[in-house]
Design a protein around this ligand. Structure first.
Ligand code: ADP
Length: 422
C-alpha cells in the first residue's frame, strides 16, 4: 500500500518527483489526472503515487478543486504523507497557485504547518535567507524573468508566497538547518500557533540540508516543494524502477518550452543534424489545421527515409521568438503552440511515433492528454529531474516518454537521450 502521495502541478514535475522517489528506493507510479476506482487496483503495489495535474496556471478555484480531488484519491489508496510538488523556480503568479493549494491541503489534512522547500541543488536551485537562486544568479535575474506564462521578477520566496496565502509565512534560515534535525524540528514546532496555520520557507543550499529537513519533517502529513526534498529521504536500497518495456516506433521531439536550457538543447540538436521545424505562429493563427497538416507531412516523409531518426518540432529558437500577446490577435501564442504540439502528437502517434521526448511542463500536459495516457511507470534516469517512463494509452498504444521540464536536462538530451532505449 502506498505511503507517499504526491500532488504535482504539472506533468514534468510529476515525473521529476517520481524519479527522485524511485532513486530513494520507492516503487512509484504517476497517474495523469486524478485516479479513479478502476485505476486503484493497479496502484496497490506502489510505495508512492504521484498525481500529475495541469494546475500551475489554471484558474485558482480549478487548481484547488483538482488538488483536493487528488488528495482524496491518494487517501483512498492508503497514503498517509503528502507532497505538494511545484516548480523549483516557484513558478506562480501573485494569485497562485502554490499558496491557495497549500492552504487547501493544510485545511483538508487539518495540520498547522507545512514547510516550503523549492531547493533542488542537483539542478542548481538553492534557497538562502529566503531568496531563490538558479545557479549563481537570483531567480529574478535568471531566464525565468522572461517566462511566457509565469515570469518571475522577484526571488524572495516568502514575499512571493504572502499574496497567495491566507496564512502566516515564516522563514527558517540556513544556520537553523545546519544545526541539525532536532534543532530544526524544535524551530518548526516553535512557529506553530494554536488555531492558526503557517507556511515555513526553509533555506537549503546543499543536498545534506534537504536530508536534515526530511528528517525534521518525518512526522508531518504535508510537505511542499520542488522535487529536491524527496532526495532528502534516506536511500532504501537500489533505485526502484522496474525493467521498463521499450517500444519499437518512430522517435519524436516536441519542444514547446521557451526556456534557456531548451533553447540550448534545440541548438545542439540542430547543429548535430537532427531535422527540425520551428512552429510558424502566423501560419498557426491563420490556418491551424493546414499548418499541422504540413508538419505531419514533413515528419512522416522524414520517417519514410529514416524510421529510427528523431524529428524535432519546436516553438522557439531564442528569446526574441516569445510573443507578448495582444488580445486583439485572438488566442494567445502559448495556447496556439500547445494545441499545435498536441495535434502533432496525436497525428504522429497514428503514424507510428512511440518514443517521445517532450520539453516543457505545460506542453507535456497537453501532449500526454492528447495521447490519452493515464498512467506512467518510471524507467531509467536521464539526469537530475528527467526520467524515461512507459505509458499505455486508452487506445492500447504504448509509448516511451521523457517529459522534460524547460530548464532541466543536459544540452545533448535530444540527441543522446535515446541511448537509454537501445
Ligand atoms: P517550461 O517547462 O519551459 O516552463 P512550458 O511548456 O511549461 O515550458 O511553458 C512554455 C509555455 O510557453 C507553453 O504554454 C508554450 O505554449 C508557450 N510558448 C511557446 N512558445 C511561445 C512563443 N513563441 N510565444 C509565446 N508563448 C510561447
Amino acid at each position: 500500500m502506498a505511503t507517499w502521495g504526491g500532488i504535482a502541478d504539472d506533468f514534468t514535475g510529476a515525473t521529476d518527483l517520481a524519479g527522485n522517489w524511485v532513486a530513494r528506493g520507492l516503487r512509484t507510479v504517476v497517474t495523469l489526472g486524478v485516479p479513479d476506482a478502476a485505476d486503484r487496483a493497479r496502484l496497490a503495489e506502489a510505495d508512492a503515487v504521484v498525481v500529475a495535474l495541469k494546475s500551475r496556471t489554471a484558474p485558482v478555484e480549478e487548481a484547488v478543486r483538482d488538488s483536493l480531488a487528488a488528495l482524496e484519491a491518494l487517501r483512498a489508496l492508503g497514503c498517509v504523507r503528502f507532497y505538494q510538488k511545484y516548480c523549483s523556480t516557484f513558478d506562480s503568479t501573485p494569485a497562485g497557485n502554490i499558496g491557495p493549494v497549500a492552504d487547501a491541503l493544510l485545511a483538508a489534512l487539518d495540520t498547522g504547518l507545512a514547510v516550503v522547500v523549492p531547493s533542488f541543488p542537483a539542478t542548481g536551485r538553492s534557497v538562502y535567507r529566503g531568496h531563490l537562486f538558479v545557479g549563481d544568479r537570483l531567480l529574478s535575474d535568471s531566464s525565468m524573468r522572461h517566462h511566457p506564462l509565469t515570469p518571475m521578477t522577484s526571488s524572495d520566496v516568502p514575499g512571493l508566497l504572502r499574496p497567495q496565502t491566507a496564512h502566516r509565512v515564516a522563514s527558517v534560515p540556513l544556520p537553523v538547518v545546519r544545526a541539525g534535525a532536532p534543532a530544526l524540528r524544535a524551530e518548526l514546532d516553535r512557529l506553530r500557533r494554536p488555531g492558526a496555520r503557517v507556511l515555513a520557507v526553509v533555506d537549503a543550499v546543499e543536498e545534506d540540508d534537504l536530508a536534515v529537513i526530511a528528517r525534521a519533517t518525518a512526522d508531518h502529513p504535508l510537505v511542499t516543494g520542488g522535487s529536491g526534498l524527496a532526495l532528502g529521504l534516506p536511500a532504501d536500497g537500489a533505485p526502484a524502477h522496474a525493467a521498463m518495456p521499450v517500444e519499437d516506433g518512430h522517435p519524436l521531439i516536441l519542444a514547446g518550452s521557451a526556456s534557456t536550457a531548451t533553447q540550448g538543447q534545440i541548438a545542439h540538436a540542430r547543429r548535430a543534424g537532427v531535422p527540425a521545424r520551428k512552429l510558424d505562429l502566423d501560419a498557426l493563427r491563420a490556418d491551424p489545421e493546414g499548418a499541422v497538416d504540413a508538419l505531419v507531412a514533413e515528419v512522416t516523409a522524414h520517417w519514410a527515409d529514416a524510421p529510427r531518426a528523431p524529428f524535432l518540432i519546436h516553438a522557439v529558437e531564442n528569446r526574441d521568438d516569445i510573443r507578448r500577446d495582444d488580445p486583439a490577435d485572438g488566442p494567445p501564442a502559448g495556447e496556439l503552440v500547445e494545441r499545435a504540439l498536441a495535434d502533432c502528437a496525436r497525428r504522429l502517434a497514428a503514424a507510428g511515433a512511440r518514443r517521445l521526448i517532450v520539453a516543457g511542463g505545460e506542453t507535456s500536459g497537453s501532449v500526454v492528454r492528447a495521447l490519452g495516457i493515464r498512467r506512467l511507470e518510471l524507467g531509467p534516469s536521464l539526469g537530475p529531474g528527467v526520467s524515461w517512463a512507459h505509458g499505455v494509452a486508452g487506445d492500447g498504444r504504448a509509448y516511451n516518454l521523457a517529459l522534460k521540464s524547460g530548464n532541466f536536462g543536459a544540452p545533448e538530451i535530444f540527441t543522446d537521450g535515446w541511448h537509454a532505449l537501445a
